[in-house]
Design a protein around this ligand. Structure first.
Ligand code: NAP
Length: 303
């Protein structure tokens, strides 16, 4: 069977695209490798999604988006795309379990994943004190000391979240100024449990079976110190999940997919929306808008 549309990825962009595709009576489904939600699922509280002045938990927002997509009949199937091959005017999506799905159009909404520091001890101690998800692992560090690495929205937001559990949170940033939005900065600066370590680079994460300390290099003083901590949370930015289409569609040097304002990529019939797309503002509100636009473009282009 040749489908009208397959949406790869069930985060906010994919789910919003599904709502619009369902209402347009397009045939197809979302292909998701885990359960729908994406990065939002591991966000404790979403404070800046319009219409929720009190904030909404990531989990609840995903539940609402999924229910909304289901209401219009655009379902979710399980599967991970390994690569996409062009066959005439259609696309063959080759899945990791060797299944092939053929569709006239594809919306790539695979989002992004966390970047790794790439230092000694990081890989070995992942899941043993090294984490990339405060919502998932924060409760394990009740009354303990943790370090957060990074200076963007994620690092600062998650450092604040971690103070609910940890007795002390060191925020280690490579410069002397945060990148995070001002409201988060103000909250972090006034939080007594957070101590900032500026101009510093984490050189190694140390510990036998569990994180015991981190080795920090201060760029200004040249000093190297060992800081005892029980956990390290790394939030140093994201990488797009676009490896499976990088040979097919045009991306920037970091792998974010380039599109026009209709979300059309360089290949006719393939669209991109959300965090996997090159754009100035990576937010849930922009992801859902792009998902809607992409589904609208599919409907327009197919007819
Ligand atoms: P980000 O904005 O790219 O910030 C990454 C931070 O990590 C920067 O402070 C950067 O330092 C630092 N960094 C990068 N590579 C590093 C390395 N190798 N070693 C040490 N530090 C390193 O990433 P993000 O905070 O994950 O956010 C990703 C996107 O999601 C952003 O667009 C953000 O606005 C959005 N987001 C929004 C919210 C919200 O609205 N509440 C929450 C989370 C995320 P420099 O500053 O020196 O470059």
């Amino acid at each position: 069977m040749i489908h009208d549309l397959v949406i790869v990825g069930g985060g906010p962009a994919g789910l919003a695209a599904a709502i619009y595709a369902g209402r347009a009576k397009l045939e197809g489904f979302i292909l998701e490798k885990m359960s729908p939600g994406g990065q939002v699922l591991i966000t404790d509280l979403v404070e800046n999604y319009p219409g929720f002045p009190e904030g909404i938990t990531g989990f609840e927002l995903v539940e609402k988006l999924s229910a909304h997509a289901q209401k219009f009949g655009f379902g979710v199937e399980n599967g991970e795309v390994q690569k996409i091959e062009v066959e005439g005017e259609n696309f063959n999506l080759i899945l990791t379990d060797d299944r092939t799905i053929t569709s006239k159009t594809v919306i790539v909404a695979t989002g992004a994943t966390h970047r790794r520091l790439g230092v000694e001890g990081e890989e070995k101690l992942t899941g043993r004190g090294v984490s990339y998800c405060a919502t998932c692992d924060g409760p394990f560090f009740r009354d303990q000391v943790v370090a957060v690495v990074g200076g963007g929205d994620s690092a600062v937001q998650e450092a604040i979240f971690l103070t609910k559990f940890a007795k002390k949170v060191f925020l280690i940033h490579r410069r002397d100024e945060l990148r995070a939005i001002k409201i988060l900065q103000e909250r972090a600066f006034s939080n007594e449990k957070i101590e900032f370590i500026w101009d510093s680079i984490v050189e190694a994460i140390e510990g036998k079976d569990q994180v015991e300390s981190i080795r920090i290099f201060n760029k200004k003083s040249g000093e190297v110190t060992d800081l005892p901590v029980d956990g390290v949370f790394i939030f140093i930015g994201i990488e797009p999940v676009t490896g499976f289409v990088r040979d097919l569609v045009k991306t920037d040097e970091r792998g974010f997919i380039k599109t026009d304002e209709w979300m059309r990529t360089s290949v006719k019939g393939i669209y991109a929306a959300g965090d996997c797309r090159r754009k100035p503002l990576l937010q849930i509100v922009t992801a859902v808008a792009e998902g809607a636009t992409a589904a609208y473009a599919v409907e327009h282009d197919l007819s």
